[in-house]
Design a protein around this ligand. Structure first.
Ligand code: ADP
Ligand code: CIR
Length: 344
């Protein structure tokens, strides 16, 4: 009989003692989130890999006996998060010197505002208020090469929306995992995207997290993408009261995003390596995650994969990007070897 894979949420729920479970079931976070709410996505989607969400920053403390071990298992870390955005520590050596393998590079971080509940609990009025405040701040504070406009999702033509999604700039409506936890309520109202003229500096508002700060461009210049992101984060940090946890760093609604809340990815052509039966294990050993070209839970197209750092907590921002950089370097070396062997 094949073994059914259970989500981290179910695994760590089962690990609680009867007394702990009873105690946790009687609690509610400051915003009124319960343990039932936290695991609803896992219950409704048995194929969840994680299956837990927080409704507010306090959920991580109120249900610490549940979230603590789950977060430790996912990130492999139980210390205090340390931040480091120093771009001079990122290698200047191009990871893909011929420019043939890497299609594009993207680094994003998630952020939430301290004064509002997270997506599962935020009210319609709070969401609208947040969108108006944040979009005004972005328009005022992001200047020079970062200067741009805010485009609300509500009222956007379907043609524009589809094009932005296809070009990898805009989010889609949250998936069934987010639907279960209430993060898709009132869609598309209160959501939107800010971007500069050439769409290399972007901010998503009120998707899974209230802010997703994104830097991206064609090709494999990871350092340039990191540099732009660091500048955006510094300006936004100084302009908005964001939510940070003393142990977990940047607060996010999904526990996989805590810490740096950073996903540094490349869209990379690796037809040989990706065809290996141990491709997943290779990436796991390199501490990398694999996604398809249209984002989470999507498929690869034409041997192109979205490869990113897996850990976001217990690594600094520099470490997260360097993990991706070093891992891609190794995958590309393997790809070249396999291509050369196939050519003889
Ligand atoms: P997130 O990265 O914000 O967690 P997704 O995995 O759903 O969420 O990705 C969001 C969008 O960003 C998708 O359209 C995805 O294809 C795009 N994307 C991710 N990495 C890259 C990249 N390196 N180059 C271009 N687009 C990318
Ligand atoms: C899940 O549990 O499958 C979804 N809630 C997404 C979790 C985050 N993604 C990931 O670890 N790949």
């Amino acid at each position: 009989m094949s073994e059914t894979k259970i989500s981290l949420a179910v695994k760590h729920l089962r690990a609680l003692s009867q007394e702990q479970l009873h105690d946790l079931l009687l609690r509610a976070s400051k915003g009124g989130f319960t343990l039932g709410d936290a695991i609803r996505s896992a219950v409704q989607n048995p194929d969840s890999s994680v299956g837990a969400y927080a409704g507010d920053a306090d959920s991580y403390d109120t249900f610490a006996e549940f979230f603590g071990p789950l977060i430790e298992e996912y990130h492999g870390f139980n210390g205090t998060h340390v931040t480091d955005f120093d771009v001079t520590k990122i290698s200047t050596e191009p990871v893909d010197p011929t420019g043939e393998a890497i299609v594009s590079t993207r680094i994003r971080v998630g952020r939430n505002l301290a004064a509002y509940p997270l997506a599962p609990l935020i009210t319609r009025e709070q969401r609208l208020d947040l969108m108006n405040k944040v979009s005004a701040v972005l328009k005022e504070k992001l200047t020079g090469d970062l200067a741009g406009e805010f485009y609300p999702l509500e009222g956007m033509s379907e043609e524009t929306r589809v094009q932005l999604v296809q070009d990898h700039f805009l989010f889609k409506q949250g998936d069934r995992f987010l639907e279960s936890v209430g993060a898709n309520r009132d869609w598309p109202e209160g959501r939107g995207i800010f971007h500069n003229a050439d769409k290399t500096a972007l901010v998503w508002i009120n998707e899974e997290d209230q802010l997703r700060i994104i830097s991206m461009q064609k090709g494999g210049d990871i350092r340039a993408v990191f540099d732009r992101l660091a500048r955006m984060v510094e300006i936004i940090n100084a302009s908005l009261p964001l939510s940070y946890h003393p142990k977990y760093g940047a607060v996010s609604s999904c526990p996989t995003n805590l810490g740096t809340a950073m996903r540094a990815s490349v869209h990379v052509k690796i037809p040989f390596v990706s065809a290996r039966p141990d491709f997943k294990e290779i990436c796991q050993d390199l501490k990398l995650s694999i996604r398809g070209v249209d984002g989470e839970h999507s498929e690869s197209k034409g041997g192109i994969y979205d490869i990113s750092n897996k850990r976001r907590l217990g690594v600094s921002e520099v470490d997260a990007v360097t993990t991706m950089y070093e891992g891609i370097k190794k995958l590309l070396a393997m790809e070249r070897e396999m291509a050369a062997a196939a050519a003889v």
